[in-house]
Design a protein around this ligand. Structure first.
Ligand SMILES: [Zn+2]
Ligand SMILES: [Zn+2]
Length: 142
């Protein structure tokens, strides 16, 4: 028996207190190299899948920190208040979407990055795939 159904993508934080699942496929997937994502993640970039907001269910109480994103509009970043794992991004400029950090997926092989964004701020010790599209700042969104 074959099925075209999209398997639910699910994941959660390091301690397991915050879990999530999406019933829809991601809209766009990519690595954000902006300074805020570097600071928040403690890494070279934030690998992120954007899903339709209404397709994602969250169990547990994520804490949200709001700052002004590269768009000039607020973005709220969600993390587990117990273990500190970065999980979500809610950009007010696209309030119909939720970003989810790829490293928090239960199966990280589901992540298929298509683009690198804010590459103007990429760390000199970072390396990028030849297969992804590169954008110096904000990308065109579907
Ligand atoms: Zn946790
Ligand atoms: Zn970013």
């Amino acid at each position: 028996m074959t099925s075209e159904a999209i398997p639910a993508l699910c994941g959660g934080c390091l301690c397991g207190a915050v879990r999530y699942a999406s019933s829809a496929a991601p809209i766009i997937e990519g690595n954000c190299h902006c300074r805020d994502c570097q600071k928040a993640s403690g890494s070279a970039y934030a690998p992120t899948l954007f899903f339709p907001l209404q397709a994602v269910t969250i169990a547990g109480d994520a804490k949200f920190f709001e700052s002004i994103g590269g768009s000039g509009q607020p973005i709220r970043r969600g993390f587990c208040p117990n273990c500190g794992s970065q999980l979500f991004g809610l950009p007010s400029v696209r309030d119909d979407m939720i970003g989810i950090r790829a490293g928090s997926l239960d199966d990280t092989s589901a992540y298929r990055p298509q683009a690198e964004i804010f590459t103007a701020h990429a760390a000199p010790w970072d390396s990028m795939s030849d297969a992804t599209a590169k954008f110096e700042t904000y990308p065109p969104m579907p």
